[in-house]
Every structure is written in structure tokens, then in C-alpha cells.
Design a protein around this ligand. Structure first.
Ligand code: G3I
Length: 340
């Protein structure tokens, strides 16, 4: 009896040690977190990188298209749609039971020349916007669960960005974009997505004011995405206020593009630890401050430090995500897992 007792304890200790030796790769974000957890993905890695695919499927239950649904990628010239990569990601998501989030219908970034250099009038551009939204959303009806309908409409000082959409269509292009998306798929959850909510109170207030206005007009908007491309140096108070005020709108709240930059600090054991604490803070604040029924989830902007948009320049490396360049979990991953 005593022998069995000690054998059980021995096995348990071995098991725990082996889990931590593997960096807890047997532990999974999607099993531990009480809300959906996603990653932005790109078709190139999904198709060619087995480790990337396996890590995604082991850890996450949602995906966002990082680039493949942007205007430039999916609608490169007038009347020409290129579905190959977006279809690949959506099919992959549906097949693997991942919730798919579409990014993004109307943005000023990643525009093809025929839109960025558009010379026509508002009637023509409105028709283009409507056709674009309807064509893309209808194609993925009931397969893409949610959309970033309008992305990054404000400057940090709270004024509207003078994008091609704003300049030709006026500020109400935002409301109309939501209507067109809703007409194309009435079941889709529609988000306004913005960056720097945690860093810029003026922008945050402008976004919140717009959300209230759109809701008061019964515009079909269901969620507020806060990108949360943040940094070690960002004070926690801004993060808390951003999450609290977003929750107060009553909308679904999505931390939609989370990553945490180490620079301008150097990468070291202590900045790695500080990043882990910051991740833990953000994820636990989200869970504590956003009511359950508004928790759309958290999405990191890709999966490993190797795949991050912040690592495109080899001369200025970054370490922004939960998994390192060798696809192993970092301290940030363990800090999140251990908080739940
Ligand atoms: O795929 C082409 C490749 O064929 C070509 O050789 C190469 C040459 O520059 O470009 C490659 O495309 C790049 C693409 O990323 C894929 O790596 C584009 O140039 C580059 O502009 C594009 O950057 C993306 C950026 O948005 C602009 O669309 C980033 O990956 C993507 O992470 C970033 O994501 C944005 C969100 O959409 C909105 N919020 C901010 C976030 C970070 O900037």
C-alpha cells in the first residue's frame, strides 16, 4: 500500500517535471483560457510550415487573416478578385473547427493603386465600396464568423484620418460600410477595429464617441476591436482604461492584434520576464473587466517571434509573441497559463 502511494507521488512529480522541461507544450491556451484565443495567420506559413500549423492547432481556437483579405490582396484591380489565399485560410479554419475572423474590409493601408490613386467621384467610390464589401462578405457567409469592417479610422489626436474613403465619401462611410456588411451576412459579428486605444486618450475618446453614435442610430455594429500592438514601456493604467471603457459600450470586445514589443530595451532574461508580466496583466485584466457575454476573445498578431510583422527587418529583431523563434513557449506563455 505504502509502495503504491510513493510510486504515485513519484509519477506525479516526474510528470510535472517533464511538463516544465518541455516548456509546458502539452498545456494549451485554448483549453486553459475561459474565452476564445486566436492568432493571425498567413497562407504561406499555413501551407508550407508544419511546425506552424501544429502549434496553431494545438494552442488556438480562432484565426484572423493577417493579410490575405486586405483590399490589395483580394481585389487587386477593378472587377478582379483573387480568392486563392483567403479561400485557403477560410477552408483550413472551417475544416479544423477554428472560428475565422475576416480582416479587413475598409482600410487605408494595403490598397491597390486603382483605389489609392482613385480620381472619380463619390457615387463611383461608394459603388466600389459597396460591391467590395458585398462580394467579399457574401463569399464567406456563414464561414467567416466576424469581420473588421472598418480599420484604423482615427489619428492619435482623435481627428478622422484623411483617407481616400474619408476624403471622397465623408465620415459617414463608416456607418454605410457596416450596413453593407450586415446586408451581405446578417449573422456576421461586425467590428470597428482601432490601434493605440491604450496609448492615446484622445483617439480612445473619439472611438468611444463614434461607437455611441453608431449604436444610437441602430447601425449594425456589434464589436470594438482594440489591436493592442503594445510595448513593454506602455503604462498599465492606459491598458486598464482602454479595456474598461470598451466594456462599458456593451459591445463585444476583441483584443484583436496583441503583441508586446521589447524595444527600445535590449532583450534579456529580465525583459523577457517583464514581457511575461505584461502579457499576464493584459489577459487577466481582459478577463476581469470585460463581462463574459462581451468576451469575443484575444488574438495575437501571428504565432511565434519568427512570424511576426515586427521581424521583417533582420537588423532590428523583436520578440513580441508567446512562442520563440524555435516555436517553443516563452515565459509569457507560462505566465498566462499559470494565471488561469
Ligand atoms: O508577400 C509579399 C512578397 O511577395 C513581396 O516580395 C514582399 C516585398 O515587400 O512583400 C510581401 O508582402 C508584404 C506582406 O506584409 C506579407 O509579408 C507587404 O509588403 C507588407 O506591406 C505586409 O505588411 C503587413 C502590413 O499589415 C500591411 O498590410 C503586415 O504583414 C501585417 O502584419 C500588418 O498588419 C497590420 C494590420 O493589418 C492592421 N493593424 C496594424 C498591423 C501591423 O502593421
Amino acid at each position: 500500500m505504502i509502495r503504491v502511494y510513493f510510486a504515485t507521488i513519484f509519477c506525479t512529480v516526474c510528470c510535472v517535471l517533464s511538463l516544465s522541461a518541455q516548456g509546458q507544450t502539452n498545456v494549451s491556451l485554448k483549453k486553459v483560457l475561459p474565452f476564445p484565443i486566436g492568432a493571425a495567420v498567413n497562407a504561406k506559413y499555413l501551407k508550407n510550415n508544419v511546425a506552424y500549423r501544429q502549434l496553431l492547432l494545438a494552442q488556438y481556437n480562432c484565426i484572423t487573416t493577417e493579410n490575405e483579405m486586405k483590399f490589395k490582396a483580394i481585389h487587386p484591380s477593378k472587377g478582379v478578385y483573387n480568392w486563392i489565399n483567403a479561400d485557403y485560410i477560410v477552408d483550413f479554419g472551417v475544416k479544423n473547427n477554428l472560428r475565422v475572423h475576416g480582416h479587413t474590409l475598409i482600410w487605408h493601408g494595403s490598397l491597390p493603386l486603382w483605389i489609392s490613386k482613385f480620381q472619380g467621384d463619390s457615387v463611383e467610390l461608394e459603388a466600389i465600396m459597396k460591391d467590395h464589401i458585398r462580394t467579399v462578405v457574401s463569399r464567406y457567409k456563414n464561414r467567416v464568423a466576424s469581420w473588421d469592417v472598418v480599420n484604423e479610422a482615427f489619428n492619435d489626436n482623435g481627428s478622422y484620418k484623411k483617407t481616400i474613403w474619408y476624403k471622397i465619401l465623408g465620415p459617414d462611410y463608416i456607418a454605410r460600410a457596416f450596413k453593407y456588411a450586415h446586408e451581405a451576412d446578417p449573422n456576421a459579428i461586425l467590428f470597428f477595429n482601432e490601434n493605440a486605444n491604450e496609448a492615446s486618450p484622445l483617439k480612445r475618446n473619439a472611438v468611444l464617441k463614434l461607437m455611441k453614435k453608431l449604436m444610437a442610430r441602430n447601425i449594425p455594429i456589434h464589436g470594438l476591436g482594440m489591436q493592442m500592438h503594445t510595448r513593454l514601456a506602455q503604462p498599465n493604467s492606459g491598458i486598464t482604461t482602454a479595456i474598461k471603457t470598451a466594456a462599458a459600450t456593451g459591445l463585444q470586445v476583441h483584443l484583436s492584434e496583441l503583441d508586446i514589443r521589447i524595444r527600445p530595451y535590449a532583450y534579456s532574461d529580465s525583459t523577457d520576464k517583464a514581457q511575461a508580466l505584461k502579457y499576464k496583466f493584459i489577459v487577466t485584466q481582459y478577463n476581469a473587466l470585460v463581462p463574459k457575454k462581451q468576451q469575443f476573445g484575444i488574438t495575437t498578431w501571428n504565432i511565434t517571434d519568427n512570424d511576426s510583422w515586427l521581424n521583417k527587418s533582420k537588423s532590428k529583431p523583436e520578440w513580441p509573441l508567446l512562442f520563440d523563434k524555435n516555436y517553443k513557449p516563452k515565459k509569457a506563455f507560462n505566465a498566462i497559463i499559470n494565471s488561469f
